[in-house]
Design a protein around this ligand. Structure first.
Ligand SMILES: NC(=O)c1ccc[n+]([C@@H]2O[C@H](COP(=O)([O-])OP(=O)(O)OC[C@H]3O[C@@H](n4cnc5c(N)ncnc54)[C@H](O)[C@@H]3O)[C@@H](O)[C@H]2O)c1
Length: 341
């Protein structure tokens, strides 16, 4: 059966670009909307080289209602995957109004355009940050909501908005996908994470030390109650995550109204394990120092991914070693990301 067109907001970004590849491979025509605030148009060119099929690019802002109305009038959009937004936790503390404007306001603008165009299928990029400091691990979907930053709160608010919209419009089906820690890159080494400033996350930081762009990695605490004393997180390969979105689209009609689903491996990896796996991938030692714990960090954090398997028939395939090998291929080939000459 012919696949229908999917609008991917933020499709030039890290997770969006990998998802576009998987959507095209699965036969979905794709329209990307992106304002390139945190990405590069070259990412779209690379996606075009990696996967055949129809990929249109609209340069625009998800907060611009006229742009969205035009887009829905011109394209026959059957479903939306909404990645576009801001994601730096620290910046969200400094500029909460910006995060609520883009993340919550942008989603509202998108929902209004969808209601007008009678498009009722929505896949949302939520985050495990909605749980805050978890009371139990693995973290199930019905764990307490306790976001600790404006970023996390903006995700929780959007989940609430989408839940209410789905209640008011019984034809709507919404998947609220709560990602754990996306890492890795496409196996080709042609697309990957391309942070504009100093990376916030462990993987891109280790990769930049490995390639010589940064001097050393600071491990924030090695006295946690974990296997080796360093923090443990649920690192999920970005291609697994991308395939989770294809599975969500395929099962959206069977879901009840708005349904929250964790996307994680359900297995934790420690900072030390990531470091060792990365050293193996790049073939040389990675300089690191141990510093004090960071306020707000928890010892262990990983998903209960059972719901994703039950509802979407999806489970993660790739391990940390594979994620490190793919990240290294991307980082060593393109040390300055999409700006590499
Ligand atoms: N990467 C993670 O660790 C992680 C974890 C959980 C959830 N998420 C969520 O997943 C989504 C994608 O994350 P990512 O890591 O790919 O981030 P990213 O910054 O690489 O991608 C976001 C994309 O959205 C675009 N964008 C931003 N504001 C926009 C706007 N107003 N209009 C149009 N486009 C806009 C950016 O240019 C970028 O291409 C985000 O919503 C993020 O909050 C990410």
């Amino acid at each position: 059966m012919a696949r229908k067109t999917v609008l991917v907001t933020g499709g030039a970004g890290y997770i969006g670009s990998h998802t576009c590849v998987e959507l095209l491979n699965a036969g979905f025509p794709v329209v990307v909307l992106d304002n390139f605030r945190n990405s590069h148009p070259e990412a779209i060119e690379r996606v075009r080289k990696l996967a055949a099929g129809s990929l249109k690019l609209v340069t625009g802002d998800v907060c611009d209602s006229a742009c969205l109305e035009r887009l829905f009038a011109e394209e026959s959009i059957a479903a939306v995957i909404h990645f576009a937004g801001l994601k730096a936790v620290g910046e969200s503390v400094a500029k909460p109004e910006l995060y609520y404007r883009v993340n919550v306001g942008g989603t509202l603008t998108l929902i209004e355009a969808m209601l007008k165009a009678q498009c009722s299928r929505f896949v949302f990029s939520s985050s495990a940050t909605v749980y805050g400091d978890p009371q139990e691990v693995p973290v199930p979907e019905n764990a307490r909501f306790a976001p600790e930053s404006p970023y996390g709160a903006s995700k929780a608010m959007v989940e609430r908005v989408l839940t209410d919209v789905a209640k008011a419009n019984p034809s709507w089906r919404v998947a609220l996908l709560r990602y754990f820690n996306p890492v890795g890159a496409h196996v080709s080494g042609e697309i990957g994470e391309d942070p504009l400033g100093p990376p916030d996350n462990l993987f891109p930081y280790v990769a930049q030390v490995a390639v010589g762009k940064r001097e050393y990695l600071t491990i924030h605490g090695n006295d946690y109650p974990t296997r080796d004393g360093t923090g443990e997180r649920d690192y999920i390969h970005v291609v697994d995550l991308a395939r989770g979105h294809v599975a969500a689209l395929d099962h959206l009609d069977e879901l009840h109204a708005a349904t929250a689903i964790n996307l994680g491996r359900g297995i934790g990896g420690t900072v030390m394990e990531v470091l060792r796996a990365f050293e193996k991938a790049c073939g040389h030692p990675i300089k690191h120092v141990v510093g004090p714990r960071r306020p707000g960090d928890v010892a262990r954090y990983f998903a209960d991914p059972a719901q994703a398997e039950k509802l979407l028939g999806w489970r993660a395939e790739f391990d940390i070693e594979r994620a490190c090998a793919d990240t290294w291929r991307w980082q060593s080939r393109y040390p300055d990301g999409f700006r590499t000459r």
